[in-house]
Design a binder for this molecule. Structure first.
Ligand SMILES: Nc1ncnc2c1ncn2[C@@H]1O[C@H](COP(=O)(O)OP(=O)(O)OP(=O)(O)O)[C@@H](O)[C@H]1O
Length: 374
């Protein structure tokens, strides 16, 4: 656990970057600090490992005042990842990752072996270990940055806009990878970003700061979206917050209706007979959905149903309460050529279908029971 107790940072020129901040950061969770440029996110983060010294107040890491420890000792337990990875350009990937363990006394060969394991951990092929940072893509460099921060196995990880310099697709991959890593490692992660979507995706809890270094709201992403405390937070989380809040509501409440399915390779006559309200889902041997057929699409088809005869399109959503959200269910319904979203079970087989109406009905019920934006 990390605790900010009335922490203020006043820079020598008089700028108050952080003003009497009280914040309790849970152990083993991802806490995101988010807010507009200049609101004191980076300053707050760096006060944890004493790269910036607080002017007043106290910061405790696992109950110990950070000022009572030598910065070098403190930082052994705190990994640090920054934008553009901050790798040493003249050291190979493996040597970059092994730097801190070697400094701490680990034998070179052992540190390198561990560095190679860490490449696996962050999803990089070991062949990259011998390259120099400039020979990697931006996303790969960021992964090396994470591996390097993990090398001394610190319980705490500070991440300052680590994914801001990569393109949106790579960024999405890195975010997913961080969530996967965290589900295995359970570190105490403090993550700084100015991107509210990133905050909402990654944070177990999100602290929204306002310029002047004060805390506007500290809540779970679902609560931030559903109940922003004031206009500043509401406008910061964005106009479509109502829609995004659906991502935190289980799709469980949406009524799944049976869907008519027909195996690929069936006679076209059988497919026609299977249509319900003009549509049927074509499935493989495992009952996984392959696409749709409709009375229109089948009108010119003869013989057996082939892949080329299918109408594609439509996202899927997981029917189980744990992973499926009302947002993915609504997406599935709205993006489907038939207007019916396909729900799949944990094996990927068709479990049934939902309409946008059934999702909205579930939303209405959730709203009546509280906790949803109105
Ligand atoms: N070394 C410094 N000396 C004086 N002022 C500083 C210093 N570092 C930061 N500041 C000021 O403190 C305030 C907070 O800066 P900080 O970098 O913590 O904000 P931030 O929220 O991380 O911003 P950004 O998203 O733009 O990186 C800003 O007004 C900034 O100009």
């Amino acid at each position: 656990m990390i605790e900010f107790q009335s922490v203020t940072k006043r820079y020598p020129d008089g700028t108050v970057a952080v003003d009497a901040l009280d914040l309790t950061i849970d152990a083993g969770k991802i806490t995101v600090l988010v807010g507009p440029s200049g609101c004191g996110k980076t300053t707050s983060l760096r006060m944890i490992n004493r790269m910036v010294e607080a002017s007043s107040g106290t910061i405790l890491v696992n109950g110990a005042d950070v000022r009572a420890q030598r910065p070098a000792t403190l930082r052994r337990g705190i990994g640090y990842v920054i934008q553009n990875a901050g790798l040493f350009p003249h050291r190979t990937v493996v040597d970059n990752i092994a730097t801190v363990p070697i400094l701490l006394g680990t034998k070179k060969a052992a540190a390198r072996r561990r560095a190679e394991e860490l490449l696996d951990t962050v999803g990089l092929p070991r062949e990259l270990g011998g390259r120099y940072p400039a020979q990697l893509s931006g996303g790969q460099q960021q992964r090396v940055g994470v591996a390097r921060a993990l090398a001394a196995d610190p319980p705490v990880l500070l991440m300052d806009e680590p994914f801001s310099a990569v393109d949106p697709v790579v960024r999405d991959d890195l975010q997913e990878e961080l969530l996967r890593l965290q589900s295995e490692l359970g570190k105490t992660i403090v993550f700084v970003t100015h991107d509210i979507d990133e905050a909402i995706k990654l944070g177990d809890k999100v602290a929204v700061l306002r310029v002047g270094g004060t805390l506007a709201q500290y809540d779970t992403p679902a609560t931030l979206l559903a109940k922003p405390v004031d206009d500043f937070v509401a406008s910061f989380v964005g106009r479509d917050r109502g829609y995004r809040a659906l991502g935190f509501l289980s799709a469980h409440g949406a009524q799944i209706a049976p869907l008519s399915t027909v195996p690929l390779g069936s006679p076209v006559d059988a497919a026609r007979a299977a249509l319900e309200n003009g549509w049927a889902v074509v499935v493989d041997e495992g009952k996984a959905p392959l696409g749709w057929v409709s009375s229109t699409s089948l009108s010119t088809v003869e013989g057996e149903l082939r892949s080329a005869d299918l109408v594609s399109g439509g996202s899927l959503y997981a029917a189980d309460a744990k992973s499926g959200s009302l947002r993915t269910a609504l997406d599935a319904a709205l993006s489907s050529p038939s207007g019916i979203g396909i729900a799949v079970d944990s094996d990927g087989a068709v479990a049934g279908g939902v309409t946008a109406e059934s999702v909205l009905k579930a939303l209405d019920e959730a709203r009546r029971s509280g906790g949803v934006p109105s």
